[in-house]
Design a binder for this molecule. Structure first.
Ligand code: IMP
Length: 436
């Protein structure tokens, strides 16, 4: 199979890749393909809640914090200040990559301004979810919400703090006092020791020290030299803390705004903002999902699409393509193009459904509602389309797709008014082609 030519060699573009749905859209594969065209791949938000899967040469790699660009020899990878960094998980990830023969050396750079994910964040995430019972968010239990809460409440600890051991220990003693109060009195959970955590984290700090830099200086200098950067988003727009289905969201800015605050690279540098959208929809965890399929059909798509969480192994809920939600994601991110993934999963179905509007209390609604209660009442209005037969896995260009599959792509594009630029037809790096 020919290598896909995904952008002109003339001018290297700085690219942002963002999930256009509820995460798990296949961003990692698109990042992997586009990494060939850039010099640096940078993560800007989230943390070890992400599970980015890349399949190459029959081998499957799952990334949680390290940008998936690390698989490409010679490319640099940055973990920006907007990420909440779990150093225990990071060292585990570095070790498992080394086991697979992927060397980090001087290719991974961590921001000194990133906030640290602490052991009590994980404990509080689990305790809070358990306490909420059926009203839980359905988090990944990686401590993400509590870590971002501390950042905003101005009681977080940053990577740079690891290198001032005396004040790090003092800070932790104060913070842990409050955490223990909640753990013991509100959640009835065991307390933690500030000094033990300090000992553990100071040791981890000495291991990761060679990777740490002011990434704003590093990125600015690279950009000024003409090096191209790809910003790799985690989760998706509908899980964004501002634009998602709040409170059933993650705690970071998973949409375009997070790129500037999470890397310290201003808007003027970015040439393309690509949204990755799956040809159908999935979500993990709780929260409204208007175009959700019924259980039996959803299970069929789940099995076909391997829709199980890469971080938690949880089965993903499956639904039809929701164009109301996708159009909204296009608006709030200003996507310049869409990368459509997993269209092969929809093969051999007699009919396909696309949600083109919602019915809410008898009224037609074409814009994604802000309120959770309103969204929960929405009924999908579908347009039915004829399905296609056959396996798309070997398609190498749009012309190789059955006419019904092309119509499906055209229909999405017509509605969202953003060009679909690439189509992916399988998990492997090679199973992708440009739209035209
Ligand atoms: P948290 O990010 O662990 O706090 O989880 C909040 C919500 O975001 C839950 O519904 C999770 O299932 C969802 N979520 C977090 N990370 C991912 C991801 O990488 N893919 C899909 N859903 C995610």
């Amino acid at each position: 199979m020919k290598k896909p030519v995904v952008q002109s060699k003339k001018k290297k573009k700085n690219i942002v890749i963002i999930g256009a749905q509820w995460g798990d859209e296949g961003k990692a594969k698109m990042v992997d393909v586009l990494t060939e065209q850039v010099d640096i791949v940078a993560r800007y938000q989230g943390g070890s809640n992400a599970g980015h899967t890349v399949v190459t040469g029959g081998k499957k790699f799952v990334f949680h914090q390290i940008p998936s660009g690390i698989l490409h020899k010679g490319k640099k990878c940055v973990i920006g200040n907007g990420v909440v960094l779990d150093p225990v998980a990071l060292i585990g990830e570095i070790k498992s990559l080394a086991f697979e023969g992927v060397k980090i050396h001087d290719r991974l750079i961590l921001s000194d301004r990133a906030h640290l994910l602490m052991p009590y964040h994980r404990l509080l995430d689990g305790a809070s979810e358990a306490r909420k019972g059926s009203g839980k968010i359905g988090t990944t239990n990686r401590g993400i919400g509590p870590a971002y809460m501390d950042k905003m409440a101005r009681v977080g600890v940053k990577v740079v703090d690891l290198f001032d051991p005396v004040s790090f220990r003092q800070k932790l003693r104060i913070i842990v006092k409050e955490k223990n109060f909640f753990l013991k009195n509100y959640y009835g959970r065991p307390m933690v020791s500030a000094d033990k955590i300090a000992d553990q984290y100071l040791k981890l700090g000495s291991i990761i020290k060679p990777l740490i830099q002011d990434t704003t200086v590093y990125l600015e200098s690279a950009l000024k030299k003409g090096h191209a950067v790809l910003a790799e988003g985690a989760q998706g727009t509908l899980l964004d803390v501002d634009f998602g289905t709040y409170p059933y969201v993650t705690s970071s800015s998973a949409s375009v705004g997070g790129v500037c605050t999470g890397l310290g690279v201003g808007p003027r540098w970015w040439d393309e903002i690509y949204g990755v959208a799956k040809a159908y929809a999935t979500r993990v965890g709780e929260g409204p999902f208007t175009s959700e399929m019924d259980e039996v059909f959803g299970e069929k798509i789940r099995q076909r699409g391997g829709e199980f969480g890469a971080t938690t192994g949880r089965p993903r809920r499956c639904g039809w393509m929701d164009l109301v939600a996708l159009k909204y994601a296009c608006r709030v991110n200003g996507f310049t193009g869409i990368l459509l993934t997993k269209i092969d999963v929809l093969s051999n179905l007699p009919t396909l459904k696309i949600c083109t509007s919602y019915q809410i209390e008898g009224k037609k609604v074409s814009e994604f509602p802000a309120g959770l209660n309103t969204l929960s009442k929405a009924k999908p209005v579908y347009r039915e389309m004829k399905g296609w037969q056959g396996d798309l896995a070997h398609a190498e260009s749009i012309k190789d797709l059955p006419v019904e599959a092309r119509r499906y792509i055209d229909e999405i594009e017509k509605y969202i008014q953003v060009p679909i630029q690439w189509v992916s037809v399988g998990p492997d790096r090679s199973q992708i082609f440009p739209r035209s």
